[in-house]
Write a protein that binds this ligand. Structure first.
Ligand code: F6P
Length: 550
């Protein structure tokens, strides 16, 4: 499809056909769709690795799905997919390849960037991480005073924090419980303060994670951590080598910071920050769960990569999930997408997906810089069930908005739960199944009346239903299953960006705030005049200084 046609995505025959189809479907009801097709529940499922995906509770018919696939074909989603896997520079605004898939490629795979196979370097870093992790876990790696490392503090932000922090929580039952692993991201000093206040510096390893090694939050926290360490140990700079390692693409800046580059774990500019936790950025996770489990997680990623690369459009799960999102965002005006895991261990999963999805697809110009005239990425939100049920589910059930939601659950509770707590798992999962049922099929006024509800309360107790959900069910939350889930969402986001013709791999929208913060800071600290500062911000800064007694 040429550039001119791409900029008019919403005028293509495929788009127009979908808009017309939406009108024809009208207020299609899930109850009717299930009544009309007894095979629907079985038909609208996919199995990808360990993930069982049920998409029967969506406002779609066979025709809807076929038309959505036509849109994907017309926008050449698979063409761009293949270009990504080949290592072409599909991140055009930064002139970079997009190769997080190479991070989990098998050792003998060949993936070239600028004529060089990147896979050997990936495995060299994985091997270096493995050997370092083993040393920390076994106690062979000691701190400056000879004490064993018992605490690991990852300092990073965005993709250098959310991924390992999320995965550490998710895989807690696989972690070495003797190790304390914490994550510091916020430039608010309270974050570092709370993370280290009860730690013995002599037993603490700091992992400074930053792709660029210029991110002000991370460098500020890392500097404070180094000062704390040297003060606590009453040591000179030589102590840093045993207590600080770096994860970065920027050797020079790591060295400038004072970290021995022998203690640097490298990755590359073709790994986006939000796609990086299976690179060196995952070192804290690897120390926690061990290299073998980490590799199992990579295998899980690879399984879904292979599926995305090879499955037919009809059976391709990331394609399907991406297209369903487009169906709601572009043809039903849905503004947001909820991700609702029924696992306490996935407490940070949605926060992780927020960066993955919203930093990738929160764009309003296309690849050529033209304004897009269609909705792009949704607001992604959610927390683990069942907590959400007692907070915001009311709005999903009876509010005025359409909120497609993903429900993620597991047949088995984690292995090391006490027997009494294992029994709670069925109750958790009963909620999981009940919610998607209630959302889809609701409760009609007649059903409410049949319970002798006073007539004036009938509208209040009626559930319209028809709220679309995807159910993702797996046997257990293992490292491999986590990898499968993340890869599924990575590729879903990719599919949507490809259809919308946006660059899902840059993030220019975060830059302005960074520049302005630097400019405003002297006004806060020294009362300096900031040329061009608007009246509202000037007044707020003055108020802040007054409140701080400056
Ligand atoms: O400001 C946004 C961002 O660039 C993210 O894309 C990235 O994950 C995060 O900052 C951290 O960047 P770095 O790893 O370079 O410190």
């Amino acid at each position: 499809m040429n550039a001119e046609v791409r900029t008019r995505l919403n005028q293509t025959p495929e788009w127009t056909a979908l808009a017309k189809h939406k009108e024809q479907l009208g207020e299609v009801r899930l109850r009717e769709l299930f009544d009309a097709d007894p095979a629907r529940a079985g038909k609208y499922t996919l199995q990808v690795g360990d993930l069982h995906l049920d998409y029967s509770k969506h406002l779609v018919t066979d025709e809807t799905l076929a038309l959505l696939r036509d849109l994907a074909a017309a926008t050449d989603v698979f063409g761009l997919r293949d270009a990504m896997f080949r290592g072409e520079k599909i991140n055009t605004t930064e002139g970079r390849a997009v190769l997080h898939t190479a991070l989990r490629a098998a050792r003998d795979t060949v993936v070239e960037v600028d004529g060089e196979n990147v896979v050997p370097a990936v495995h060299a870093v994985l091997d270096k991480m493995s050997s370092f992790s083993d040393k920390v876990r076994s106690g062979e790696w000691t701190g400056h005073t000879g004490k064993r490392i018992k605490n690991v503090v990852n300092i990073g932000i965005g993709g250098s924090d959310l991924g390992p922090a999320m995965a550490y929580e998710a895989l807690r039952s696989f972690t070495d419980r003797e190790l304390t692993v914490r994550f510091v991201s916020n430039v608010d000093g309270a974050d570092l303060h709370e993370a280290i206040r009860d730690l013995d510096a002599a037993e603490t390893l700091f992992i400074v994670a930053s792709k660029t090694f210029t991110t002000i939050e991370t460098i500020t926290n890392a500097t404070s951590a180094r000062n704390w360490l040297l003060t606590e140990l009453q040591a000179d700079e030589s102590a840093v080598a045993k207590h600080f390692v770096a994860l970065s693409t920027n050797t020079e800046k790591v060295s400038d910071f004072g970290i021995d580059t022998a203690n640097m774990f490298e990755f590359w500019d073709w790994v986006g920050g939000r796609y990086s936790y299976d690179s060196a950025i995952g070192l804290s996770l690897m120390i926690a769960i061990g290299p073998d489990r980490f590799r199992e997680m990579l295998d899980g990623f690879r399984l879904v990569d292979d599926h995305f690369r090879t499955a037919s459009p009809e059976e391709n799960a990331p394609l399907l999930l991406g297209l369903l999102g487009i169906w709601y965002g572009n043809f039903h005006d849905a503004q947001s997408h909820a991700v609702l895991p029924y696992s306490h261990y996935l407490s940070k999963f949605t926060a992780y997906l927020q960066q993955l999805d919203m930093e990738s697809n929160g764009k309003s110009v296309d690849r050529d810089g033209n304004p897009v005239r269609w909705q792009t990425g949704p607001v992604v939100w959610g927390t683990p069930g069942t907590n959400g049920q007692h907070a915001y589910y009311q709005l999903i059930h009876q509010g005025t908005k359409i909120i497609p939601a993903d429900f993620i659950g597991f047949a088995e509770p984690v292995a090391d739960l006490r027997p009494g707590l294992v029994a709670q798992h069925d109750l958790l999962m009963a909620n999981f199944f009940a919610q998607t049922q209630a959302l889809a099929f609701g409760k009609t006024p007649d059903e409410v009346r049949a319970e002798d509800v006073p007539e004036e309360l009938v509208p209040h107790k009626t559930f319209q239903g028809n709220h679309p959900t995807t159910t993702i069910l797996a046997s257990a939350l293992t490292p491999s299953v986590l990898g499968q889930l993340i890869a599924l969402y990575e590729h879903k986001v990719f599919v949507q960006g490809a259809v919308w013709n946006i660059d899902s791999f840059d993030q220019w929208g975060v830059e302005l705030g960074k520049v302005l913060a630097k400019r405003v800071e002297p006004a806060l600290t020294e009362g300096a005049d900031v040329p061009g500062l608007d009246a509202s911000t000037t007044a707020l800064v003055a108020k802040y200084r007054e409140l701080r007694g400056r």
